[in-house]
Design a protein around this ligand. Structure first.
Ligand code: APR
Ligand code: PHB
Length: 389
């Protein structure tokens, strides 16, 4: 078999890239290790930057997002007894879209199937060959039958645990990592959101986040030990802890209910450089991970896709490889800014086990500066709504 682009990974990065390439007449085959239902069963974040929304519209999959998504002008930040709003629209002229990543992925799969583009599920033992030559190819097996796919380029969209990053020789790769000493315990509940905007809450007991998916589906998180397991937390224990961390007026009005999903995510910052090796290009979680505090995971994958898609269109339409040659540098320039914001917001809002009294005072001073200084709020708002591509 032969195609122009092999996309390894059928998550949001791979699917968005595939759809954008298809709409520009470039053929790509997606190799996904799991099944479609398995991929859609993953619960992930739900905040889309304008750049991501525009890419979805350009890919022809923005309609349901426009109908069912919620435009948010700002967010609430609370810290102990302090509570204030950050108005993105007033400060930056921009907003964010609340629309679950699961729905984004579902829309992309529906569009891919409607376009007749090839997706190979249950692709096992994917191996990248000749990425540093001008004749790369990928081998894999499906139901035990070995396959080979020759191509011009390979997009490694296979996430943190994928094969693509590890294909780049260690002598060429530089990896940067920070592992946070806590996790996020998240639940989904079929209850009305406690507030019409998100609430990022810092407290003596740890961080909490109040988010949502729709008018009757809420998403809540509490900071927990990195060693906790979801089964360590009953629903009642979760709700009681959440109430002790969020502002009193929301604690008093919170509608609780049975969790329909409960999971713990570890928090890490991670970047690998470069994001290109020969004809292999890394995209999204394959190249970088952020703690979810700044909602930058999917949105940074989107800017990678933007740079790679434009580079490939330039190559095939104009026989110009400048965009591909600049890909890693341009993608990493924005990745590192997202890493910084996510690290900053995580450091500001969480309780670190080794936190000293002085550290606590620094957090309080930073919160007070954010509460009272418009420039500080503008910097936070610009990062949250998304920096320019
Ligand atoms: N072969 C084929 N597919 C693979 C392989 C492999 N060896 N390894 C992983 N995959 C698939 C996974 O099953 C998954 O569906 O690659 C996909 C990677 O998807 P994500 O991990 O979602 O990464 P990405 O598409 O970059 O999306 C980034 O999604 O997971 C969130 O937090 C993440 O918000 C971020 C966004
Ligand atoms: C979510 O809705 O899951 C969510 C929202 C904002 C974040 C992280 C997660 O920063």
């Amino acid at each position: 078999m032969r195609t122009q682009i092999v996309i390894i990974g059928g998550g949001p990065s791979g699917l968005l890239l595939g759809q954008l390439l298809h709409r520009n007449g470039i053929d790509a085959v997606v190799l996904e290790r799991q099944t479609r239902d398995y991929v859609l069963g993953r619960i992930r974040a739900g905040i889309l930057e304008t750049g991501m929304c525009n890419l979805l519209r350009e890919a022809g999959v923005g309609a349901r997002m426009e109908r069912e998504g919620f435009v948010h002008d700002g967010t609430v930040v609370s810290f102990g007894d302090t509570r204030f709003g950050i108005n993105f629209r007033e400060l930056t002229g921009e907003t964010v879209m609340v629309y679950g990543q699961t729905e984004v992925t579902r829309d992309l799969y529906d569009a891919r199937e409607a376009s007749g583009c090839k997706t190979i599920f249950r692709a096992g033992n994917v191996i990248i060959h000749g990425a540093d030559t001008d004749k790369p190819y990928v081998t894999f097996d499906v139901e035990g039958v070995g396959q080979r796919l020759d191509c011009d380029f390979i997009a490694g969209c296979d996430g943190f645990h994928g094969v693509s990053r590890k294909t780049i020789p260690e002598s060429i790769r530089t990896e940067y990592e920070k592992v946070y000493p806590f996790g996020w315990l998240g639940i989904l509940s079929e209850t009305p959101p406690v507030h019409d905007e998100l609430i990022y809450a810092g407290s003596e007991r740890g961080f909490a986040l109040c988010s949502m998916r729709n008018a009757n589906l809420s998403r809540y998180y509490v900071q927990c030990s990195a060693h906790d397991k979801p089964e360590d937390w009953s629903d009642d224990a979760f709700w009681e802890e959440l109430k002790r961390r969020i502002p009193q007026q929301e604690a008093d009005t919170l509608v609780t209910g049975p969790s329909i999903e409960k999971s713990i995510a570890p928090l890490r910052s991670f970047v690998t450089e470069p994001m290109r090796w020969g004809r292999l290009f890394l995209c999204g979680d394959a190249a970088h991970i952020v703690p979810p505090t700044g909602a930058k995971g999917l949105n940074t994958a989107a800017s990678d896709v933007y740079y790679l898609y434009h580079g490939l269109v330039q190559f095939y339409h104009d026989k110009d490889s400048h965009g591909l040659d600049q890909y890693s540098q341009k993608a990493l320039a924005r990745v590192w800014k997202a890493e910084r914001f996510s690290w900053w917001f995580t450091s500001l809002m969480h309780n670190f086990p080794d936190r000293t009294a002085f550290d606590r005072k620094m957090q309080e001073a930073e919160i007070e500066f954010l509460r009272t200084n418009e420039t500080a709020q503008k910097v936070m708002a610009q990062n949250y709504v998304g920096l320019a591509y």
